[in-house]
Each structure stands twice: as structure tokens, then as C-alpha cells.
Design a binder for this molecule. Structure first.
Ligand SMILES: *Cc1c(COP(=O)(O)O)cnc(C)c1O
Ligand code: SF4
Length: 334
């Protein structure tokens, strides 16, 4: 079993970090001049081999490539796009724990991710302050212990599944000791971007605790599910772990009714229920991904007309100060 563990950690270390090498590999050296050194410095490129395998070579507009490539478009500054669009720093009662919504709290279990998504609203997050040391966990655990209204703990990040099974199980042990917690939710992009990490020990860890597990996957496009990702998801599915998906609506990536329909269909074929379709958080460097609200609404209306209701994700936006994610119907036109 330890061989498996060593394996994925090696895979994680051998991710692509050089944008030029990535383009070269995809036969796209011709668009080198579109890369931004500045963007790559602010938020480095990071792409695991298993994600690269799902990018179609030779297509500069590939929906997966656009999610990871640091381009000059990111250098365009727009005052509406800030470094902390959700003002997350003001919802941390203790470092590394976000308590915004009743009965749920979100633990930044680690700052690390297997992939770097250019639109990530935490791309400027001060990971160093809210980071993974076990000291940080202890502050968060104390807070959770004291607030008996919290029923569900969400492990997020970064990506919590970049933690080793040893560290995760230590964390889960501590959470089990908090009597009012009922559910353990994992927010992760790992099954899609680095599926080899979903090993048997992880499944055992998630299914043998008294906490009810829930896994919310993050994927944006049906092409993200190659054979390896499907296998990883099958493991979670056959372990009877409830599986949901959240996507971000991204211009050029998934802003068409066909793409979103195909995504929902693919998800359900694997046993995953579409949960949220997020309107973009206005984070500095991501303005080119913006889809206007009226278009987003009309896309979701098309989905309602072509998909069963349970395959239509909820179109939502995260707004600082609100008591829940806000459904698009309640948003004012921009
Ligand atoms: C999204 C989010 C949650 C979970 O919200 P649900 O609507 O239950 O999925 C919890 N805490 C924070 C800080 C969040 O951003
Ligand atoms: S996996 Fe999630 S947290 Fe990590 S960079 Fe992508 S969007 Fe951000």
C-alpha cells in the first residue's frame, strides 16, 4: 500500500511547471509569444501529466489548455478584479478556517494543489499565513469544538487530497473527536486532475469514519474525464460516497449549452450529480474568463430545456456578507 502512496507523491512532484515546455509538448510552440512571464510568476503554471493527456495537441483554444496557461490576457488590469474578491480574510475566526454559513465550516487543510487553475479565486491567497501546519489545525479544531452549531466540516484548500493519507487520517481522527460534527465534506479537483491519488487507503479512510462522507468534485468540461479519472471516480462511487460536482462558468472553456449539457451527461454517467455552476469570482488576472450574467442565465435556461431537472446545476455567485451562495435569479444585472 505504501508503494501506491509514494507513486502519487512522485507524480505530484513531476507536474509540468514550465509553460514553454508544455506548449512544446502540445505542438504549440508557435503561441509562445502569448505567454506572460508576469502571470507565471504571480501564480506559476502547474499541470499534472494525467491532465495534460486530456488536452488535445495542436489546438490553442483547447478548453483544458485555457484553464492552465498563463497568458498575456492575465496582465490586463480591471479595478473590479481584486486579489481577495470574497474578502475571505474577514471570515476567518482563526487562521485557516472559514465560517461563513450556518452549520458548515470550511477548513483550508492545505494551500497546495495538484493543478493551478488560472481563474482560481484563491490565486492570491496568503497561503503562507493560512497554511497547513498542524498548529493551524489545532486553532481550527478548538474553534470547531466550541461551536456546537457546526454539523459539517468541509476540507478544502488548496486541495485537501494533496495531503498524504497519514496526515489526512490524523486530521480526520481529530475531527471525529468533535461530537457535534456529522458530515465530512471534501472539496477536490484531484479525481479529475491526478486520479492516481484516489487509492484504496483513501477510500478506506473516507468510508470507515463515523462522519458521513461527501465528495464534491470540481470539473468544468467533459474532456477532463479520461479513462484514469473515470476509474478513480468509479472507486469513490462503488464505495457509496455521495458525489457532486461544481464547475465555474468560464468564457471560452464551457460557456455553451452543448458543452454544459455534455458535462452534466458525463457526470451523471459516472454517478456524479451536478451541484453548482459558479459565476466567476472577480479575481485579478481572470477578467477574460468572465461571462455576463444575462448570458449565464440564458445558458442555464437552455439546460433546463434539454436536461432532466436533476442534471441542471444551480447557477450561483459567492457574495461577501451573504448568508449563503446567491442564486442567479436574485442577482441584479451587472
Ligand atoms: C461554498 C462554501 C460553503 C458550502 O456551501 P454549500 O452551499 O453548503 O455548498 C461553506 N463555506 C464556505 C466558506 C463556502 O465558500
Ligand atoms: S484546484 Fe481549486 S483551489 Fe486549486 S487552483 Fe484549481 S480552483 Fe484553485
Amino acid at each position: 500500500m505504501h508503494i501506491q502512496t509514494v507513486n502519487w507523491q512522485k507524480v505530484m512532484q513531476s507536474t509540468y511547471k514550465d509553460p514553454h515546455a508544455l506548449l512544446n509538448k502540445l505542438g504549440l510552440s508557435g503561441i509562445d509569444s502569448n505567454l506572460s512571464e508576469q502571470a507565471a510568476q504571480e501564480f506559476p503554471l502547474r499541470v499534472p501529466q494525467s491532465y495534460l493527456e486530456n488536452i488535445k495537441p495542436g489546438n490553442p483554444a483547447d478548453a483544458l489548455l485555457l484553464q492552465v496557461l498563463p497568458t498575456r490576457q492575465e496582465d490586463v488590469r480591471d479595478a473590479a478584479y481584486t486579489t481577495d474578491p470574497l474578502q475571505e480574510s474577514s471570515y476567518q475566526p482563526v487562521p485557516g478556517l472559514l465560517h461563513k454559513y450556518r452549520h458548515r465550516a470550511l477548513l483550508i487543510a492545505t494551500g497546495a494543489c495538484a493543478i493551478h487553475c488560472r481563474y482560481c479565486f484563491r490565486r492570491h491567497f496568503p497561503y503562507a499565513d493560512a497554511n497547513p501546519s498542524e498548529n493551524t489545525w489545532s486553532g481550527a479544531l478548538n474553534y470547531l469544538m466550541k461551536d456546537k452549531s457546526i454539523k459539517e466540516i468541509i476540507l478544502s484548500g488548496g486541495d485537501p487530497l494533496t495531503l498524504s493519507n497519514n496526515r489526512l487520517s490524523r486530521l480526520v481522527e481529530l475531527l471525529i473527536g468533535i461530537p457535534h460534527l456529522k458530515r465530512l465534506r471534501i472539496h477536490t479537483r484531484i479525481p479529475v486532475v491526478m486520479p492516481c491519488r484516489i487509492d484504496e487507503d483513501l477510500i478506506e479512510l473516507l468510508t470507515t469514519t463515523r462522519l458521513q462522507p461527501v465528495v464534491v468534485i470540481h470539473s468544468n468540461h467533459a474532456n477532463e474525464f479520461g479513462d484514469k479519472a473515470r476509474q478513480a471516480i468509479r472507486k469513490l462511487y462503488f464505495a457509496r460516497i455521495p458525489l457532486f460536482n461544481q464547475s465555474v462558468l468560464l468564457r471560452g472553456v464551457n460557456d455553451s449549452a452543448e458543452t454544459l449539457t455534455e458535462l452534466s451527461e458525463s457526470l451523471f454517467a459516472m454517478g456524479i450529480i451536478p451541484y453548482y455552476l459558479h459565476l466567476l469570482d472577480k479575481v485579478e488576472g481572470a477578467a477574460h474568463f468572465h461571462v455576463p450574467l444575462y448570458r449565464a442565465k440564458s445558458l442555464v435556461q437552455s439546460l433546463r430545456e434539454t436536461l432532466p431537472g436533476y442534471l441542471v446545476p444551480k447557477l450561483v455567485k459567492e457574495i461577501a456578507g451573504e448568508t449563503a451562495k446567491v442564486p442567479a435569479e436574485l442577482l441584479d444585472a451587472e
